[in-house]
Write a protein that binds this ligand. Structure first.
Ligand SMILES: [Zn+2]
Length: 374
């Protein structure tokens, strides 16, 4: 069975230790007024738990209980994986027990999955969790749109150029005395869950299993001359993993959030956050000629997700996701002097997307008029 020991052994093969791959973040070194935004935010939520609904209370209480164990990104990732495993059972999805997730220092700003000792290791790029958290916090703050754009631009630029990982709350984010922070906590968590679930989608659909057709590619490591060799997945497989993750996470939120629209909104937002940030990094690395990831263009991945939300009857619950995407489009332009432009309707994208939906037997209906738009 693949577990923490397999992961540590894998790190040793690259001459790395767990302490070296974790983001260098010392909570205690933060100034008091900044510190309150992280653990303080959760504590505030906990103390005000009578104002929360059952789902929020349950979620935040469990999150609080994790703090003593949440020493670093790896314990957080393990916790999230366990939670996805337990909660997916409620929607009749069995997630493999033979996998372990931990952070790893590639420059792909993604997660990767590989076969190891007969099970699967999910490797999440070091810094991913911290960037997501900083960006989502900025998004929910009272700052104006331009300040949010500038913060996201600066955060991504520093990560790309210097591999600087933001402190949990390295920006100035007014407005956190309001109850809105609880949405920030949930959205951050759902974004991290999407990255993990995308990899679980690869595992579930057999994309990580080695066979005679497997092609390989490798990803450079940060500050290390080794490269990480991975099975190259097809674009269709990437779309399948996205659809599997998005569909099941929405089903989980429908069930646990008891139909309240805010949870669907936050679930869609979390997914768009991951892909929006990936679009920025993809743009940056492509421009520098350093792009080595095997994922298809994020433009098409976002298009597919938006289509899926519509097919699941949630097209009216994407206002937060759309608002976030507008910011990402502005930041993308700052980076690339080019537009991200996600098409409204695209025949070629449709053709691939319908193929994915059919192949996976996703229980959604594509209207006949759409079927013909290929
Ligand atoms: Zn993938």
């Amino acid at each position: 069975m693949v577990g923490k020991e397999t992961y540590l052994e894998f790190l040793r093969e690259y001459g790395l230790s767990e302490a070296e791959v974790l983001p260098m973040f010392d909570f205690d070194k933060l100034p008091e007024n900044v510190r309150k935004y992280s653990h303080g935010m959760l504590l505030h939520a906990y103390l005000n738990r009578d104002k929360l609904d059952d789902f929020e209370r349950d979620l935040i209480t469990r999150w609080i209980e994790q703090i003593p164990k949440k020493k670093n990104s790896n314990s957080l990732v393990s916790y999230l994986l366990g939670e996805i495993r337990d909660e997916f059972k409620l929607i009749d999805v069995e997630v493999s027990k033979n996998c372990f997730a931990g952070v790893f220092p590639t420059n792909s700003f993604n997660a990767q999955c590989l076969l190891k000792n007969g099970g699967y290791l999910i490797l999440i790029d070091t810094g991913f969790i911290e960037i997501v958290e900083a960006v989502v916090t900025a998004f929910f703050s009272d700052n104006d749109t331009v300040e949010k754009e500038n913060f996201i631009f600066k955060t991504i630029m520093e990560y790309c150029e210097n591999y600087t990982i933001p402190n949990v709350k390295s920006g100035d984010f007014p407005g956190y005395e309001s109850l809105r922070y609880r949405q920030e906590i949930i959205a951050t968590k759902l974004a991290n869950s999407f990255i993990l679930t995308h990899e679980l989608g690869h595992i579930f659909n057999g994309h990580c299993d080695n066979n005679s057709n497997s092609m390989f590619f490798d990803v450079p490591l940060v500050e290390n001359s080794s490269r990480l060799q991975l099975i190259k997945k097809s674009f269709v497989q990437e779309f399948e993993a996205d659809a599997w993750a998005a569909y099941n996470l929405i089903k989980r939120s429908e069930l646990l959030g008891k139909g309240q629209r805010i949870y669907i909104e936050l679930t869609c937002l979390g997914q768009v956050v991951c892909l929006g940030l990936a679009a920025l990094l993809e743009g940056y690395y492509k421009k520098k000629g350093m792009y080595v990831d095997s994922h298809p263009s994020t433009k098409e991945r976002i298009y597919n997700l938006q289509f899926l939300y519509e097919l699941m009857g949630h097209e009216d619950k994407i206002s937060l996701a759309s608002e976030f995407l507008e910011i990402i489009e502005k930041v993308f332009y700052k980076f690339n002097h080019d537009y991200l432009e996600i098409p409204f309707l695209d025949r070629e994208y449709n053709r691939t997307f319908f193929e994915v939906v059919d192949k996976m037997n996703l229980p959604v209906d594509i209207p006949k008029s759409m079927r013909e738009f290929i």
